[in-house]
Design a protein around this ligand. Structure first.
Ligand code: GLC
Length: 473
């Protein structure tokens, strides 16, 4: 049997470099597929070699090749390094000019940086001696790899059977640019105009949606939602035309990494069969943050990017009422300035009840998950959401809005609390239901155990991806 060759194209992956959920998925799905399929899969991942990739990884990498990549009138250097992790080969494209920056995203020339990356992926395949059966590209930064392959390269005999899967992790970010850089930067041709044009602009996500063979997003509910104007950020007409190839597959998480039983970053380890240690984690966090060490006061937490679609407004409206109750509140996250200022003031105004940590730190986040009684995630939209699953692994009971992947993973009364309408009254009502339950120690403990035992592994979803790949015989 020859192994099915799959090339993941993405711009972040745990543990090398990550800013959010995409990095978690690219860091765990390939390994899950490999575990499922064994020798029937040859899975490789290709990423930019950012400056922030840790030195310990750099030392493990081997140089594979170097070449130059044509991008319009440019010829840019590309070095390729590789490292094997969990039976998956990770390639890194080295170009200091494009990737030796302080941040992954947010440079004035992101369009050019990721056009170069996408072009390099397609150009490099023969040099890596890896022409995949399937290119699986993720989000707008990798969209041009699909667009180039399908519109510029299929005449190359060796590429003519390569199929493409494009996954939307978040439709809020589409890669929209003016036509002034159509040829000069994106190296697109007049005949590509209809592929990438949307609303008079270049829209890279749209270009990948129309070009790919299969289109996925990260939960079944979100797959339905993005067909509607409320959630599509304007792309619903394009998705409607392409919905025959659209499907939603819920993400899993790496349940070995997020594991309260052996996580070295939390104060005391615990399991669903013996949750005693969790009380210690709560006490230590209270101590660390200068909150009163009250074992019986419910600790409500939020770990989030401070962006409006995460539902932060609901909290800003409801927080005074929330803090009038016997609760403690801890927030960890960075983001929009006005939210950061709001939460800084909140902890000043309620020093004995609220602590805001305007930063992001993985170890600290796990300490908070492990300490929390309740994890709040009232998103306005949520393609999948991983935090509600991670929280569950540490026995923090999720309260979520019924939307996107939150709807598909959290069900009241089984493993959390939910509310439908995006308003702070409904959120407070769900919080009150949780607090009532919390008051009954036995019932609460049973709930925490159920929450911890919910299966959020990749097992089911990796199979769904494997089935999808199988449709391209
Ligand atoms: C994006 C989405 C999030 C999803 C993640 C991984 O970050 O906003 O909902 O879980 O991608 O797919």
């Amino acid at each position: 049997m020859t192994a099915k060759k799959i090339l993941f194209v993405a711009t972040e992956a745990v543990p090398f470099v990550s800013t959010g959920g995409l990095g978690d998925v690219i860091g765990s799905l390939p390994a899950a597929l490999k575990k499922l399929g064994g020798d029937s899969f040859d899975i490789r991942v290709i990423l930019p070699l950012y400056k922030s990739v840790d030195n310990s990884w750099l030392q493990k990498m081997e140089k594979v090749c170097e070449t130059t990549i044509p991008l319009s009138w440019r010829n840019q250097y590309a070095g390729v390094y590789s490292v094997i992790k969990d039976d998956v080969t990770f390639y890194f494209i080295d170009n200091e000019y494009y990737f030796s920056r302080r941040f992954l995203y947010g440079s004035f020339d992101d369009g050019e940086r990721f056009a170069y990356f996408s072009k390099a992926v397609i150009e490099l395949m023969p040099k890596l001696d890896f022409i995949p059966d399937i290119i699986h590209a993720h989000d707008w930064q990798s969209a041009l790899s699909v667009i180039y392959l399908k519109n510029h390269y299929l005449w190359r005999k060796e590429y003519s059977n390569v199929k493409t899967v494009f996954t939307i992790h978040n439709i809020e970010y589409q890669g929209v640019y003016g036509f002034d850089i159509f040829n000069d930067i994106f190296d697109l041709r007049p005949e590509d105009r209809q592929t990438v044009e949307y609303g008079g602009l270049i829209n890279l996500m749209k270009g990948a949606i129309v070009s790919c063979d299969a289109l996925t997003t990260v939960s079944p509910s979100y797959a339905g939602e993005i067909l509607t104007p409320e959630y599509s950020q304007g792309l619903h007409p394009v998705l409607e035309l392409n919905k025959a190839k659209l499907m939603g597959i819920i993400n899993g998480i790496d349940i070995n990494y997020y594991n309260a039983a052996c996580d070295p970053d939390i104060y005391t380890n615990f399991t669903a069969d013996d949750i005693c240690g969790k009380a210690k984690d709560k006490e230590e966090l209270q101590k660390l943050l200068g909150l009163p060490e009250k074992a019986d006061t419910p600790l409500i937490t939020m770990i989030t990017r401070l962006a409006s679609h995460k539902g932060v407004d609901l909290l800003t409206h409801a927080v005074d009422e929330l803090l009038s109750k016997d609760v403690q509140f801890v927030l960890l996250g960075t983001g929009d300035y006005h939210y950061e200022e709001f939460f800084k003031r909140l902890s000043e105004n309620y020093p004995a009840k609220a602590a805001s940590l305007i930063t992001y730190n993985k170890e600290l986040s796990k300490k908070i998950y492990a300490a929390a009684d309740i994890f709040l995630m009232p998103s306005k939209s949520e393609p999948c959401g991983l935090a509600q699953m991670i929280a569950s692994r540490y026995g923090a009971v999720p309260i979520v809005r019924n939307v996107g992947g939150l709807r598909d993973t959290i069900h009241e009364p089984d493993n959390g609390f939910t509310f439908n309408h995006y308003n702070s009254g409904d959120m407070l009502y769900a919080i009150n239901r949780a607090l009532e339950k919390y008051a009954d120690k036995d019932e609460w403990q049973k709930l925490v155990i159920r929450v911890m035992k919910t299966d959020f592994s990749w097992d089911v979803s990796a199979k769904k991806y494997a089935e999808l790949y199988d449709t391209f015989a």
